[in-house]
Design a protein around this ligand. Structure first.
Ligand code: C2G
Length: 160
């Protein structure tokens, strides 16, 4: 798996300044870029294995983490606040760049912005983003069965 020198991974900067376009990601020619999106609440192996599988196919992984405000739009309330969720995602060795996800319409912009070779989601989103096929490859990978943020929350509640 290709690893990039810290100088090419402006993670802190990314949280303050808008993410740089592909050309300024300073990636070696031929580097393939994949994009994925999620809430990543109660970060678990299902999330990590999805990242791992994406990195087996693509060199550079950009992960967009839903803000708490966007989750409210999605009718979701996460147990872990955005700042912590994106910090956890950034700490994952499979992730090369993490950015905030602030709205549904951001994906088209990001695909163009990063010159993404693929847009990847877990199978629970099967077919939901096919409209992006005009911009890049759209891939749905099998979910990891038996673990989800919702199940974890239910387990915790049931033990109280
Ligand atoms: N996932 C998985 N296996 C699991 C649980 C989740 O592969 N056991 C994948 C999902 O398929 C998704 C990603 O992990 O691709 C993130 O899942 P969530 O955090 O639940 O993301 P969600 O709230 O569905 O947000 O704009 C799209 C949204 O941001 C997706």
């Amino acid at each position: 798996m290709k690893r990039f020198a810290p100088s090419t991974l402006p993670t802190f900067a990314a949280s303050v300044f808008p993410a740089p376009p592909r050309r300024s990601l300073d990636l070696p020619a031929g580097t393939t870029v994949a994009l994925t999106y999620g809430t990543y609440d109660l970060f678990h192996v299902g999330h990590i294995r999805l990242f791992e599988r994406i990195k087996r196919r693509y060199d550079f992984l950009v992960v967009a983490v839903s803000t708490d405000e966007f989750n409210a739009v999605k009718g979701k309330k996460s147990a872990v606040p955005f700042d912590d969720r994106i910090e956890l995602v950034r700490a994952c060795r499979h992730v090369d760049l993490a950015i905030p996800e602030t709205g549904w319409e951001q994906k088209e912009r990001d695909i163009v912005h990063f010159g993404a070779d693929a847009f990847v989601m877990g199978s629970d989103w099967d077919g939901k983003f096919d409209h992006l096929k005009s911009l890049t490859e759209v891939i749905y990978l099998p979910r990891t069965e038996g673990v989800s943020s919702t199940e974890l929350k239910q387990n915790i509640r049931s033990r109280q």
